[in-house]
Design a protein around this ligand. Structure first.
Ligand code: NAI
Length: 462
């Protein structure tokens, strides 16, 4: 098999140690990969002025495939996440994370075998955040039908190829009726095209409980980005921890394979890191490339090593990263008692996202929600132009009309002004121009209706 060039990002923290381990194992297996090393990580900031140099993105785009070690993201400030930037820039719309009990790793569960398909570019990961007032910060959670359908379509195509029987959509559409509602509706629309694959849906909170009690009831899970992130770590815990949980970010034109875990600064440079998760991600990558025989060869060597009791500390052993890597290299070509059965997903599914667009019937403007900085709602005009104040909510709880409930009132009011007639943009501009200048407003949202159905949420208590 001809060698394929793959971008290798060694990253931060334990990244370089585990990347080096994978490189050594690939060399021992003579795997058909030529590495093209590229920089990304906190360490790049000094050298390039940012954590993700454009040369690295160009390398991934050119090669179409990358293996990426974790990179560090500062908490509560600093630069944007490098992972999120890669996923969004290259439109890697599905994050595919197989989660299977591995022979030789002792866990509380014997029979976990599920695949997480996490929508990978939207949701709160848009990172669209604003401080509205000193008391209130806001994050826009954008869910689109295209993004939701792409993740769902990937899951169904993958299930078809890999003989998976059931796909479960995970959501919180009872509370987030618009956003999770759209995610679930998009999933159901896609599911209708795959009548031979069972599907159902579950609330995220119930899923978490069910996963801990009876994980074997799940086959493929499709989740919005943030839920997918959290549930991935939960599922990693079911199979032995973050040290053994792999993944791949899949797009139409590129794929970046990386472990679920982060840069583990607490053990960096100590020869303690478990390279298994990155190694399993690289096996997933080999299957994606069609190098199945090499994937099996390396996976069998890994299983053989674990069966022989050679393990790193995080999964109950005492080996260093180096000793563990040496053992895997020595076991290349040997067969364990449980042979590789293509645990890792190998689905190379191309999703033409343009075909996922939805038709829109006409929308009417019925009013606006205007977000105003005040704690005294008696100052709000009751009528302005064609619009009348119909509701005020504070942190989503209705405080007008009617009694103000006994809650803490923060200085950001959602003031709903509506009209019985259909409004134009000029009506809205006239309203904004007339709005009292001593009542500062932060932003507005138009209230739309489609065929008489309101396309906006109600307040608690409304
Ligand atoms: P983490 O996943 O790095 O570590 C959590 C715990 O798991 C730590 O105790 C760590 O020692 C352990 N652990 C993780 N991977 C391990 C391995 N291979 N072998 C043995 N033990 C392992 O999560 P944390 O500490 O929350 O994040 C550290 C940094 O990593 C942050 O800057 C975060 O933003 C970043 N991160 C990067 C990701 C990526 O590049 N894909 C993904 C998740 C986090």
């Amino acid at each position: 098999m001809l060698k394929q060039t793959v971008t290798l990002i060694k990253g931060d923290g334990i990244g370089p140690e585990i990347a080096e381990a994978v490189k050594r194992i690939f060399e021992a297996a003579n795997a058909p990969v030529a590495w093209e090393e590229a920089d990304a990580g906190l360490y790049c900031i000094e050298k390039y002025g940012n954590g993700l140099p454009k040369e690295t993105l160009e390398s991934i785009t050119r090669n179409g495939i990358a293996l990426k070690s974790p990179t560090t993201t500062p908490i509560g400030g600093g630069h944007k996440s490098i992972n999120v930037t890669i996923r969004k820039t290259l439109e890697l719309f599905a994050n595919v994370r197989p989660c299977k009990t591995f022979p030789g790793i002792k866990t509380r569960y014997d029979n976990v075998d599920l695949i997480i398909v996490r929508e990978n570019v939207e949701d709160t990961y848009g990172g669209i955040e604003h401080q509205q007032t000193p008391e209130v910060a806001q994050c826009l959670r954008l869910i689109t039908s295209i993004g939701s359908r792409a993740a769902a379509r990937y899951a169904f195509e993958m299930a078809g190829i890999e003989g998976r029987k059931k796909i479960t959509c995970v959501h919180k559409a009872n509370i987030q009726k618009m956003t999770d509602g759209l995610f679930l509706r998009s999933f159901n629309d896609v599911a209708a095209n795959y009548p031979t694959i069972d599907n159902n849906d579950i609330l995220i909170d119930n899923l978490c409980m069910q996963l801990v009690i009876k994980p074997e009831q799940f086959d493929v899970l499709v989740l919005p980005n943030l839920f997918g992130d959290i549930v991935s770590d939960l599922c990693a815990g079911l199979i032995g921890g973050l040290g053994v949980a792999p993944g791949g970010n899949i797009g139409s034109d590129a794929a970046v394979f990386e472990a679920v875990h982060g840069s583990a600064p607490d053990i960096a440079g100590k020869n303690l890191a478990n390279p298994t998760a990155l190694l399993l991600s690289s096996i997933q990558m080999l299957r994606y490339m069609g190098a199945t025989a090499y994937a099996d060869l390396i996976e069998n060597a890994l299983t053989m090593t674990l069966e022989a009791g050679v393990k790193t500390r995080d999964i109950g052993g005492s080996s260093s990263t180096e000793e563990y890597t040496n053992a895997i290299c020595e076991n290349i070509g040997k067969l364990p008692s449980v042979l590789s059965d293509a645990v890792q997903t190998n689905s190379r599914v191309r999703i033409a996202r343009e075909q996922l667009r939805v038709e829109q019937s006409p929308w009417n403007i019925r009013g606006v929600d205007i977000f105003v900085k005040t704690t005294d709602i008696s100052l709000l005009p009751r009528t302005l132009g064609k619009l009348t104040l119909s509701m005020v909510s504070n942190r989503g709880t209705k405080i007008y009309p009617g009694e103000i409930p006994d809650i803490v009132i923060v200085d950001c009011q959602r003031c709903r002004y509506t009209s019985n007639e259909t409004l134009t943009n000029d009506d809205i501009l006239e309203f904004l121009n007339a709005f009292p200048t001593d009542l500062p407003w932060m932003h507005i949202e138009k209230l739309h209706e489609e065929n008489g159905v309101a396309l906006y949420s109600k307040a608690q208590g409304e």
